[in-house]
Write a protein that binds this ligand. Sequence first.
Ligand code: HAM
Length: 430
Amino acid sequence: MSQLKVPKGTRDILGREIHLWRRIEETVYSVAQLFGYQEIRTPIFESTELFARGVGEGTDIVQKEMYTFLDKGGRSLTLRPEGTAPVMRAYLEQGFAVHEPRVKWFYLGPMFRYERPQAGRMRQFHQFGFEAIGFESPACDAEIILIAWTIYEELGLKRLSLEINSLGCNHCKPGYIEALKNFFRDRSEELCSNCKDRLERNPLRILDCKVETCQTVLRSTAFPNLQDFLCEDCKKHQAELLQTLTALGIPFVINPHLVRGLDYYTRTAFEVKTGELGAQDAVGGGGRYDNLSQALGGQRVPGVGFAAGMERIVLLLQKEETETSSERSGVYLAPLGKEGERYLLVLSRVLLQHGIPFYTDFADKTLKYHLKRAQKMGIRWVVILGEEEIQKSVFLLKDMISGEQISLSQEGLLKKLQEEISGAENTYLR
Ligand code: HAM
């Protein structure tokens, strides 16, 4: 029988990579707590209609990338391709609009898009996201950007750039889309086949097409600039946001071609980019979505948020990872024989009580095997228990760095391990 494999565009996450995921998750939780955002967990699948209406019928996500299926009851369901529409659905469904109209929420978890997989682009990928619902002020847009910036900074990511644009509102966006359509209709022959298709369906998306012929069209001097179409209120909103970002010391560039792949954006749209991941250069993106609640059947509720791709952050962290971070703390328990296994299992309960992490290998192998394994795992301290030690009621402790070994009573061993293995590293076991 042939060997089974993970589905294309998905992967197992394990081994040395896991501590990077934990680091990101812990940073997200602690920054969320500092800013007063509460966690929300929505279902992995939702009704297909939620994304069709929320993300937009004309978007690539809805047209081409959704994992949609009928359940046994004939309902059309979709694995969530993003988190904002589900969060707004929860907000409306739970009656927050009436009882607690202003909320600040964050989430973490897998998302699904049927895309062509490549480094940093997966079919199952993970995002963390922050959403502030009920706030009109541009200061809230700035807070969302500050949260993103704080997390990237906290993780030690360098050389990131923040690109910002304003997509206008219900008053000024339609005028711009009309101008765009007129501009592109005259030049439709020069557009790639994908963009020809987008021309009527979603002309804004042509703005971030990477195909060279489309890029040439976009560079034309007659190209209508979104910034020129903004109404007074949108201009004011953008000016205030940029002023606040400057006061916060967050550097940005205005990119009038930044449009994002989801239809719900109004006014602020932004992306955080890196120069180190090739084509998949966005490590996060977001913006304001003041029309989303109405698209989902609710009253008008303003909102702003962002989400970041965790796979891409892991790739960046891996580039900077040092050897030492893969070392494990704690102690390797090496039993020589069945009796040794039993005694060491009893010892492990005592270690637990003292918060000392351990790893016991029940392979029933030689000392040579155990020492090699401990070395491979990066564990410095090895407790060896063979027949001789059992007879003398002692444990042999080997320091893999100096090569020294000493015989210790249980009490002596505990004392030594407590001294050597720092308390901070152990607290999670207590
Ligand atoms: P998005 O730009 O579609 O926005 O995704 C946010 C981030 O998720 C991207 O910048 C990227 O880092 C990551 N990402 C997206 N697709 C993939 C993929 N196939 N593989 C790996 N990473 C990926 C949203 O999803 C919005 N919900 C963000 C938002 C929240 N806007 C307002 N609130």
